[in-house]
Design a protein around this ligand. Sequence first.
Ligand SMILES: Cc1cc2nc3c(=O)[nH]c(=O)nc-3n(C[C@H](O)[C@H](O)[C@H](O)COP(=O)(O)O)c2cc1C
Length: 221
Amino acid sequence: MIPAEDLQCLKVIALRGGCKGPVFVSSQSIGEMLEISQQTASRRLKGLESQGLITRTIAADGQHVTINASGEEELQKEYQDYCRIFSERNKGYILNGMVVSGIGEGKYYMSLEPYRQQFKTHLGFEPYPGTLNIRLSSSSRPVRKKIDALDWIRIKGFSTDGRTFGDAKCLPCRIGTIPCGIVMPGRTHYPEDIIEVIAAVALRRKLGVEDTDTVTVEVGQ
Ligand SMILES: Cc1cc2nc3c(=O)[nH]c(=O)nc-3n(C[C@H](O)[C@H](O)[C@H](O)COP(=O)(O)O)c2cc1C
C-alpha cells in the first residue's frame, strides 16, 4: 500500500486522463487540486516517479505524466475498496432469532487471553466472557448463508499447555445500539442455525432477555 497522499496525487493525474497516456500537468496545478503548495506537489510527483508509479517527461513549463501499470494497480485497489463499501451485498443484513442456552463452553473459550486480545484489537471492545446463543428463525437462515460471503475477521488459534485451540472468525454487528460481534468457531458442535454473539457487556442482562425471547442482530451499515 502506498501513502494516502501519493494515492491522492495519482488520482488527480488519472482524472486528467493520465491512465490513458501522457497528460500535461504543472506542479502548480497539481498543488491547487490537492490544496498543497507547489513545492510539495513537485516533491510528490518526483516521489511517484521514483516509486515507478508514473513516468515523466519534463517540458519548459510543466511536465507530461503517464500513470504506469503499477500506479494504475494502486488506484484499482482503492476502487475495489470503495466498491466493497458501497456495493449492495454489503448494505446490511438482519438476523432474527431466539435466545437459547448452551452448556457454558462459550464462557470458557471467551476467557482465554489470546482470543480476548484479538477480539479487543479487531472489535474495539473487551469482550464479556460468554456468548449469547441465538437460534435463527427460518427466514433468517438464508441471510446467515449470505453473510458467510462477507469479510470476516480471522481470529487465530493457538496452543497452550499441550492443547490446541482452533481458529475462529468474527463479524462486527449490532443488537440495538450495542456493538457486538458474531463469532464462528472453526470447531463447534453447533448447527448452522445457531449463532454466537459477543459484546463488551453481558447481553442477556443488558437486553433483559432469557431463553425463547427474540432478538435482532444487524450486520453492516
Ligand atoms: C472464541 C471461541 C473459540 C473456540 N474454540 C474452540 C476450539 O478450539 N475447540 C472446540 O471444541 N470448541 C471451540 N469453541 C466452541 C465451543 O465449543 C462452543 O461451540 C461454544 O462456544 C458453545 O458455547 P456455549 O456452551 O456457552 O453455548 C470456541 C468458541 C469460541 C467462542
